[in-house]
Design a protein around this ligand. Structure first.
Ligand code: FES
Length: 129
């Protein structure tokens, strides 16, 4: 999405950092995905799980070194895919935005993002899909 926006000359300030987010690939419909903690950096607390088997990617957020959250990148308004940035999530359909903790920041969405279970281990964050 970021590339498409840049390609047509539209770059919102909040989206300017989205191309630098770390990501990992998977293709499972259920189970767990391990995200190495080393993927999170002081510059970016967001890692994307790009899932070829699912409609939406998953964003994993480092809240603190011991606390992580994971969200489906699906807008809670009308189920459009979200754009992830270092500072939050944005929906291009109608302009809703969400904080890094998945809370609605800008309507028309009224529900927070759907969270996924996470288990924090010494070197990995395990996300259950
Ligand atoms: S579908 Fe995201 S704001 Fe409407």
């Amino acid at each position: 999405m970021c590339g498409a926006l840049v390609g047509i000359g539209i770059v919102l300030p909040s989206l300017s950092s989205c191309s630098t987010l770390a990501s990992i690939q998977t293709n499972i419909t259920s189970g767990t995905v391990a995200v190495p903690k080393e993927k999170f950096t002081p510059e970016s607390k967001v890692v994307l799980i790009k899932n070829a088997a699912a409609e939406f990617d998953i964003a994993v957020i480092e809240i603190s070194p011991e606390t992580y959250k994971a969200f489906y990148m699906e807008c809670s308004h009308e189920s459009t895919g979200l754009v992830a940035t270092k500072s939050g999530f944005f929906c291009n359909a109608h302009g809703s935005s969400f904080t890094l903790e998945g809370k609605v920041k800008t309507p028309p969405a009224t529900k927070d993002l759907k969270a996924l279970p996470v288990l924090v281990e010494s070197n990995e964050v395990i996300v259950t899909i």
